[in-house]
Design a protein around this ligand. Structure first.
Ligand code: ATP
Ligand code: LTN
Length: 331
């Protein structure tokens, strides 16, 4: 059955607890699309170490990310769930792809530019090569669709460029050329404290992001304190990034259009919009948080799912890697 379905693959870096940005921009769409595809979702701990991580925290977040996928609605009986470091082919193919990727194209990556600025003098080479490992993640599984938020679009594009380059050299059927799926609404949720910057799980200000581990009370407080704009009327326009962000969160979660939501606030104030958005987030994220906690307690179930997943992943990834080695002339 799964053979006839195209492959969908995506991942989140366990660099911290997941945010509502990760949920709306990525996870939710995996859940929505999962029945139409042969699905592979994983926790990319090798990507997480491109910036310094505390080992104990990293281990915990690596498992928690996968627990979150299941809690958000990914069915582990249908999708293959695994941890990147348990499938050595990712690092192996990444090396090969590194030899077919140009410094110039990597230095154009906006995520690299943003993240390297925060590193001071000593920028890890892994941060620069990050997109190459992501390309290996995707190409190993002959992926058709990669559902991600807008910030990752450029990385899927470089993956396509690398794949096309290698296909031209070694045969058109070596890699399937993947497409990004970017959701029409909610592809870039903004920080609650600075609505001009992307909400990010590694933001040092914990009030900028709603985490999937936050208590109901924390969610309510953070959204009520969200930075909004001058004026009082609730409208969606360029001069109101804070209000736009709250409207977008509501639209993404409820499936209503922005004009519909704006209409429902005629005559109301920013405070109403904040309270409603906060309640909506509590309703949506509360059950995911509780289910994640349950899964984290039942570690043996999670470990079993991941063990099975890693085995399937090694097998699938191994086929592609073997073919790459053969065509390149590697013993
Ligand atoms: P970090 O701060 O560690 O870079 P992050 O929050 O940016 O983390 P990633 O692990 O880089 O998260 O991203 C996981 C997925 O979530 C990707 O598909 C990414 O595009 C998506 N995503 C991340 N942040 C947002 C956001 N603010 N809005 C929408 N989607 C997002
Ligand atoms: N770079 C991605 C995480 C990631 C990913 C992937 C997403 C690593 N490998 C493969 C999709 C497909 C990010 O969101 N920071």
């Amino acid at each position: 059955m799964t053979e006839s379905k195209k492959t969908m693959l995506s991942a989140v870096a366990p660099s911290n607890r997941l945010t509502v940005g990760n949920y709306i921009g990525a996870l939710r769409n995996w859940v929505k699309l999962q029945d139409q595809y042969d699905c592979w979702f994983f926790s990319v701990n090798l990507h997480a170490i491109t910036v310094r991580q505390d080992p104990t925290e990293l281990l915990e977040q690596t498992y928690r990310a996968v627990a979150c996928y299941i809690a958000a609605g990914i069915d582990p009986k249908k999708a293959t769930l695994f941890i990147q470091s348990q499938v050595p082919q990712h690092a192996e193919l990444a090396w090969v792809l590194n030899c077919f990727t140009y410094m110039g194209e990597l230095s154009r990556m906006t995520q690299y530019k943003d993240k390297s600025l925060k590193q001071g003098q000593n920028i890890p080479a892994g941060l620069f090569n990050y997109p190459v490992l992501m390309a290996a993640d995707i190409l190993l599984y002959q992926t058709a669709l990669v559902p991600v938020g807008e910030d990752q679009k450029q990385h899927v594009e470089i993956t396509r460029d690398i794949a096309l380059r290698m296909n031209n050299l070694y045969g058109k059927d070596l890699f399937r050329i993947p497409e990004a799926y970017i959701p029409p609404v909610g592809a870039r949720i903004m920080s609650l404290q600075n609505p001009l910057a992307k909400m990010s799980k590694s933001d040092p200000d914990p009030n900028g992001a709603v985490y999937l581990t936050d208590t109901n009370d924390q969610i309510l407080k953070k959204v009520k304190r969200a930075v909004t704009d001058s004026g009082t009327e609730i409208t969606y326009e360029e001069t109101k990034p804070g209000i736009n962000n709250l409207l977008t969160i509501q639209a993404a979660i409820t499936g209503k259009t922005i004009p519909e939501i704006v209409n429902s606030y005629i005559g109301k104030q920013y405070g109403h919009l904040k309270v409603d958005t906060a309640n909506l987030l509590v309703e949506t994220l509360g059950p995911i948080r509780d289910k994640t906690d349950e899964l984290m307690k039942d570690r043996s179930y999670l470990l079993q799912v991941l063990e099975d997943g890693a085995e399937r992943a090694r097998e699938r990834a191994g086929q592609t890697l073997k073919e790459v080695y053969r065509r390149i002339g590697l013993v």
